[in-house]
Design a protein around this ligand. Sequence first.
Ligand code: BGP
Length: 487
Amino acid sequence: MAGKRFPEGFLWGGATAANQCEGAWDEDGKGISVADCTMYKKDVSQTDYKGLHTITSRDVEEAMASRDVCKYGKRHGIDFYHRYREDLDLFQEMGFKTLRVSIPWTRIYPTGVEEKPNEAGLKHYEEMFMEMKNRGIEPLVTLHHYEMPLYLSNHYDGWYQREVIDLFLKFCRTVFERYGKLVHYWLTFNEIDSVFRHPFTTIGLVEDRYPEDKREEIIYQSVHNQFVASALATKLLHEMIPEAQMGCMITRTLTYPENCHPGNMLQALRENRKNFFYSDVQVRGEYPEHIKNEWKRKGIQVQFGADDENILKEYPVDFVSFSYYMSRVTSIDTGDKELVGGNLTSGVKNPYLDTTEWNWQVDPTGLTISLIELYDRYQKPLFIVENGLGNRDKIEEDGSIQDDYRIQYFKEHIQAIADAIEEGVDVMGYTPWGCIDMVSMSTCQMSKRYGFIYVDVDDDGNGTYERRKKKSFDWYKKVIASNGEEL
Ligand code: BGP
């Protein structure tokens, strides 16, 4: 089926995150990160996100005392740390122009407070980026992808204390210096808007250490510190690597009103505007009035540094990246209506949409809507850095994996991008999430598979760790070779 035209140089590729693929959680001097404390909870429903994501002080102590790599699924990943050359060969075979990866803060500064960086960590990524460049694959690097040092959570209240801004900038300066010639596309905070959904992995907040009625204020203060850190990292990048580009990254949680009742429309508008708040600060360089009014109404005091407002205004990002999986529905009257989840959010079921096995509502049109809205809002280039389908893939008798459902998902979503480009939206690239099976961020499962490549590891971390192409591997290879024409 002929698609529509994608621009020459469109950055086709795939997305990964170190904490979900590398494994080697304590090798080569790496420090323990917040991701190393999140566990696969067999007895918790995989859509009960609160149960999955609540971390107590006791959980943290247990994790610090444990060497278990099964219970803490992100500790084993898919052993990408040692096997990445083999995986880069496979990505090159698909024709990737770019690969999104993250550099875990804890491989460079194990606790975040060291004076000197960990040379073994620096060397690892220098080699990996060289290997990528040798294969014609442009690195797209996330600086903070749910991987902050646990030490900062335990001794600096996570991102709550302002000193963490300078510690983060020290990490940025070190990696910009070392990889400036190899990496031109950078992202600051992965899904910075998810801070209220899972504050432990985003800002290192262990909630039972603080009074319940201070939770919102602590979270807003922490994400303010991240906004300032993002602006100062952008400033630093432009000074150190003038030709490089910095992007912000949000989860696009597209929300529809349940029906044409004006109350539902207003509620949906407010929930979408709350999602855009996080990119607004990093693109427009200032807080929208509705957030400041919310703080006043709730008596929330966020401490600003004397120069923060100027910093935010002077150093906006160069492009806007986002993850898109599904859309949600809001209602002023949820009553006893059926609710569905998705990427740690929830809403009323949309009768017009199918859902995945994990109850995420599949909505390719929503991607066209999101692209048009974001471009109209910011007039900056857009980059879809996550999109994909988590599913239990089955190995057939003949050893093949017939993931036609994934091909269909991508076909519809790539067509949706083409439709937005037709309407004038400037899209830089597309890196489907989990281009290779990895440990799920929300459930720590391997059985929730996203990849074009299957990895033989189960939910307990057992398996051969061998890689195997799925049917979608060759399909995506054709899509890239035809620059999106052949879907
Ligand atoms: C996003 C994360 C990714 C990835 C993706 C899929 O929130 O940025 O790291 O995990 O979600 O979600 P999950 O792995 O929970 O299925």
